[in-house]
Design a protein around this ligand. Structure first.
Ligand SMILES: O=C(O)CCC(=O)C(=O)O
Ligand SMILES: [Fe+2]
Length: 267
């Protein structure tokens, strides 16, 4: 298990135009725990999200966990062939729904996609699994009282049987569209458990690690509205309980095989 106490360069704060492939590689290696790009979503994009996204009529409960709501099915929710089919079938429509919602403005998800394409030597593209397009840009709503327990994320857990991922690294990217005044901080640990270590920390929980089994986080980041934050989800991370209003994000995972291959993204 990687477990180094070194929070010197824990969070790198950058302007969008300064982002380079090396910064993403540093995140993959665990040299930095997060990259924060303030103001990635402009005030007019935020206003548009407030008008059209926050109370979206199709906002629904997450398949396996009704305390979380989201817009669009995420790959990590796939537990059956039926959901897998629905996921791919609705992927293009779900992408277009977020795009349309921003009207004449570029959606933060599309801006993230082009940013990754520009930054990475071989560009970036939407992930396909077995020839089928994935969705990207799930909108997650954490309502007051809700938190995300310490956890890690891994694409491999929900790939169809017989399909192995060639990804060497996975990153998370979140654009913060609404942040509560109190709560909703992102907690990061400089700890990347392997499969069996994670299972041991988890016990018989259906997701995540109990907070009492973790030391205090190495870094706590309070996102600001409009931020884009990248993190490495193989390192344990969590979100503190949201207190006064919904915490709303647009979210994507990013996969990396090598510098000679395009990045891939999905939700
Ligand atoms: O919403 C956040 O700040 C982080 C969510 C998360 O768990 C992830 O991006 O992997
Ligand atoms: Fe996560």
């Amino acid at each position: 298990m990687r477990d180094q106490k070194n929070s010197d360069c824990a969070v790198l704060e950058l302007d969008e135009t300064a982002l380079r492939a090396d910064h993403l590689l540093a995140l993959c290696r665990g040299d930095t725990l997060a990259i924060r790009i303030p103001g990635f979503a402009s005030p007019s994009v935020i206003r548009c999200a407030e008008e059209h996204l926050l109370a979206h009529p199709e906002r629904g409960a997450l398949g396996h966990a009704t305390e979380f709501t989201r817009l669009g099915i995420a790959y990590a929710e796939i537990r059956s062939d039926e959901v897998r089919r629905a996921y791919h079938q609705h992927a293009p429509g779900n992408i277009q729904r977020v795009r349309r919602l921003f009207g004449d403005l570029a959606s933060p998800v599309d801006r993230l996609r082009t940013l990754l394409d520009d930054v990475w030597p071989e560009g970036a593209r939407l992930l396909s699994v077995d020839g089928q397009k994935c969705f990207v840009g799930v909108c997650r709503y954490l309502t007051p009282g809700i938190d995300l327990e310490p956890h890690i994320d891994n694409l491999e857990w929900t790939l169809p049987k017989g399909i192995r991922s060639t990804l060497r690294h996975q990153l998370s990217a979140n654009v913060y569209l609404q942040v509560p005044a109190r709560g909703g901080e992102l907690e990061l640990w400089n700890v990347a458990p392997g499969k069996s270590e994670y299972a041991a920390l988890q016990g018989d929980r259906h997701y995540g690690i109990s907070r009492k089994n973790m030391r205090p986080p190495d870094v706590v980041v309070k996102p600001d509205t409009g931020d884009l934050i990248f993190l490495n989800p193989r390192f344990v991370h969590a979100v503190r309980p949201v207190l006064d209003k919904d915490r709303v994000t647009l979210s994507a995972f990013i996969g990396m095989t090598s510098e000679a291959e395009p990045l891939v993204y999905w939700s």
